[in-house]
Design a protein around this ligand. Structure first.
Ligand code: FE2
Length: 159
């Protein structure tokens, strides 16, 4: 086993950085989903949801940057083209969604897909003793789970 300058296994770190790039790509798709529903939402819940989706895309924007900078910290190059993002797509794409329940469901489904990727990364980062990535994934998972709870409460559904 060779260790890099962070003291982490070189091979697993490369794998982790690639997985984080996969998360980055899917986060960008989630971000665009949020933009789409922020712009297109209609109906009596407009004011609430328009603002809520803006709050979520601002948070996603910060997380996108954190993921990209973690990729760089681990020695790889962050994906930044739409072409690359489409090749990694696991988050569902919502187009022209204006109905409130469909919009909220798209966001729940997007978060469910992101949580799956993050848990896979967490498994690898635990194995690699990569506390930096562990901590980041733990924070993301906890915050997103809370958002899923709130969105499902809005939908009147159980988690
Ligand atoms: Fe806006």
């Amino acid at each position: 086993m060779t260790l890099n300058s962070l003291g982490l296994d070189t091979a697993i770190t490369k794998l982790l950085a690639n997985n984080l790039n996969h998360l980055l790509a899917n986060y960008q798709i989630y971000y665009q989903n949020l933009r789409g529903v922020h712009w297109n939402i209609k109906g009596k819940g407009f004011f609430d949801l328009h603002v809520k989706f803006e709050e979520l895309y601002n948070d996603a924007n910060i997380k996108v940057d954190e993921i990209a900078e973690r990729v760089l910290t681990l020695g790889e190059t962050p994906l930044h083209t739409y072409q690359d993002y489409l090749n990694c797509m696991k988050v569902p794409v919502g187009k022209n969604i204006s109905q409130d329940e469909k919009a909220v469901r798209l966001i729940v489904d997007s978060l469910t897909a992101l949580l799956k990727i993050e848990r896979e990364i967490l498994n690898t980062s635990e194995e690699a003793n990569d506390e930096g990535t562990n901590a980041m994934m733990s924070d993301f998972i906890m915050q997103q789970e809370k958002t899923v709870w709130m969105m499902r409460a809005w939908l009147n559904e159980k988690v």
